[in-house]
Structure formats: C-alpha cells, structure tokens
Design a protein around this ligand. Structure first.
Ligand SMILES: Cc1ncc(C[n+]2csc(CCOP(=O)(O)OP(=O)(O)O)c2C)c(N)n1
Ligand SMILES: [Mg+2]
Length: 324
C-alpha cells in the first residue's frame, strides 16, 4: 500500500473545511439560495477515501457531497458557482448544491435521493468490467441510507457479480434529526456481510486511518476481489442543512458536539504537519478561496428563457408561443 501523504491530506481537509465555511457565508448573504448541507466535521472521510483513487475511478456522491467533489478533483470555483446557481457551474447552475455531477472529474452524480447510489454504482461497475476496464467505483452515502431497500438491492448485485465497488457509509449519527440508534436495526456492517461483502467499521475522523482502510478496499476491487463496505464513524458539527440556522432544532446536546470537537479531523491531521508548512498551506487555501468565491459571485445567473435547455439530449425547447 502507498503511504498517505500527510501534507496533502491536511491541505485537502483544510480546503474542504474553509470551502464549506465560505459556502455557509454565501447562504447567509443570499448568493446561494438553496442552502447547503455542510460536511464540516466529516472532511477526513472525503480526503482520505478519494486520495486512494485514480483519475479514471468513478465517484457517486450524496446530498452532503461538496467534500467528495473537491477531493475527487472537481474545479472548486466551478463547484461553488454551481452551488450559487451560476452558468459557469459544473452543471451550468442546474444541479446546485444538491444534484451536481462532473464527468470531467468522473463524479457521475450526487443526488438528494437517499440510498440511490448503491444500485447505480453496481451498474457502472458492471459496465466497466464488461468493457475490460480496471475502474473502481466509490459510492458515498449516509447512515440514513441503510434503512432504504434500494441500498440492499445494490449490495446484492455487487456481491453476486463480484463488482469493483467500494461502498462508504458516513455514519454521522443522525439522519436529519433522527439518531441512528433509533432508526437502524442490527448493524451497518451486518448489511454488507449479509451479501458476502467484506465490511468493517473505521475511525472516520482520522484521514490516515481512512486512507489505509480504503486503500485495501480499492486494491481488492481493482484486482478482481469484489466489493467492500466501510462504515466511517464521523460527526457533522453544523446542522443537517443551513435551514437549521433559522429553525434552531434541538435534537442533540451541546456536550455531544463538544466531545466530537475534541476529535476534529482538521486538528488530528494538523498534528502531523510542521507549523510553518501549515501556516503556508492555510494562507494559500485562503487566497485560492478568495478567487473561488469571486469567480462564483461574479458569474452570471442563467437566463430564464433557457430553463429547459440541457434537459433532453435532443435539445427539447418549449413550444413556440409558450412563454416561461
Ligand atoms: C429516499 C429519500 N427519503 C427521504 C429523504 C429526505 N432526506 C433528505 S436528507 C435525509 C437524511 C439523510 O441522512 P443520512 O443518510 O444519514 O445523511 P446525512 O444527512 O447525515 O449526511 C432525509 C431523510 C430523501 N431525500 N430521500
Ligand atoms: Mg447521517
């Protein structure tokens, strides 16, 4: 297994953390109208898992997906522009924060439909095997997805056909406001094991532990050893969605948040990087993000007359005389 690059992991975690904090600022200032699901607290999973992939490998993301996109190599300025609904976004502003895709970085999609990705991942992996490719497909989802039947159908096919899929469950303890222990019967890893898929639980706050566990799963997938399921134990420091800034839902104790703050993935990785190197990286990240935000907010919004463009391959347009 290749050793993890501690500095690169620190940089990616720092970048995702500050990107997310900047995106929350843009929600507050009204530039991102949809709101966002920040992955603040979960960055080590995205950074550590995607660092094991090759550019040709494929990622399927979730509604809490900005970290996956950035770690897989999407252009951050175009991701932020997408979240702000601008024409320069990776999907011309039509996907937004919830439903982005970026084929240039092999991020096939991220949707808000919880549990959707497992079967799609199996299908993409099957197609890659049929085409004689050594592509690995990585499918991210939350603990809320493990109570969805569709997830298990995907596991079944991936196990049955020995497909090169790495399933990554980010168990952050909650599905919106629902604690995992009140929703999930049995264990998350038990769901993989039931389909003959090697499954394990991993410390999702430590990027290097994530990297090691995912590397093993990726190597197994690439060498024909079939799928894996990794349950990443992690935590989100912010609310489920930025709507919580207004609703002030009370479903978890401050003491619990504080306890998880003691294992902040940014601090854990920072401890492995020299202070002067960190200071340089932090500065570079800030300057890069200044440009990212500037690009996003200065980009034009789509023309309402083009609302139905790009919906159909043959370029469907509204009937003549029908105004939008
Ligand atoms: C099929 C489906 N059911 C319900 C929802 C509403 N919903 C959106 S996010 C969410 C919670 C998801 O929790 P989890 O999978 O743990 O991800 P997290 O938000 O914690 O990252 C739910 C229930 C949905 N989007 N799709
Ligand atoms: Mg969750």
């Amino acid at each position: 297994m290749t050793a993890p690059d501690s500095v690169a992991l620190y940089r990616m975690i720092r970048f995702i953390r500050r990107f997310e904090e900047r995106s929350v600022d843009l929600v507050k200032s009204g530039e991102i109208v949809s709101g966002v699901h920040p992955c603040i607290g979960q960055e080590a999973v995205s950074a550590g898992a995607c660092a094991t992939l090759e550019p040709d490998d494929i990622v399927l993301s979730s509604h809490r997906g900005h970290g996956h996109l950035l770690a897989k190599g999407c252009d951050p300025a175009r991701v932020m522009a997408e979240m702000a609904g601008r024409v320069t976004g990776i999907d011309k502003g039509r996907g937004g924060s919830f439903h982005p895709s970026d084929f240039s970085a092999n991020v096939y999609n991220a949707t808000g439909t919880v549990g959707h990705g497992s079967g799609i991942a199996a299908g993409i992996a099957w197609a890659a095997v049929k085409a004689g490719k050594s592509t690995v497909v990585m499918s991210f989802f939350g603990d809320g997805a493990v109570t969805q039947g569709a997830l298990l159908e995907g596991f079944n096919l991936a196990g049955l056909w020995n497909l090169p899929v790495v399933y990554i469950c980010e168990n952050n303890g909650y599905a919106t406001t629902l604690p995992v222990q009140t929703a999930v019967s049995g264990t998350i890893t038990g769901r993989g094991e039931a389909f003959g898929i090697p499954s394990s639980t991993v410390d999702g706050q430590d990027a290097e532990t994530v990297f090691a566990a995912v590397s093993e799963a990726v190597e197994r997938a690439r060498s024909g050893g079939g799928p894996s399921l990794l349950e990443m134990r992690t935590y989100r420091y912010h609310g489920h969605h930025t709507f919580e800034l207004k609703t002030r839902l009370k479903y978890r104790e401050q003491a619990e948040i504080d306890e998880w703050r003691l294992r902040d993935p940014l601090d854990i990785q920072a401890a492995r990087v020299a202070a002067d190197v960190r200071a340089r990286i932090d500065d570079e990240v800030e300057r890069e993000l200044d440009e990212v935000v500037r690009f996003a907010v200065e980009s034009p919004r789509p023309d309402p007359a083009d609302a139905t463009d790009h919906m159909y391959a043959d370029g469907f347009r509204p009937r003549a005389g029908v105004s939008l």
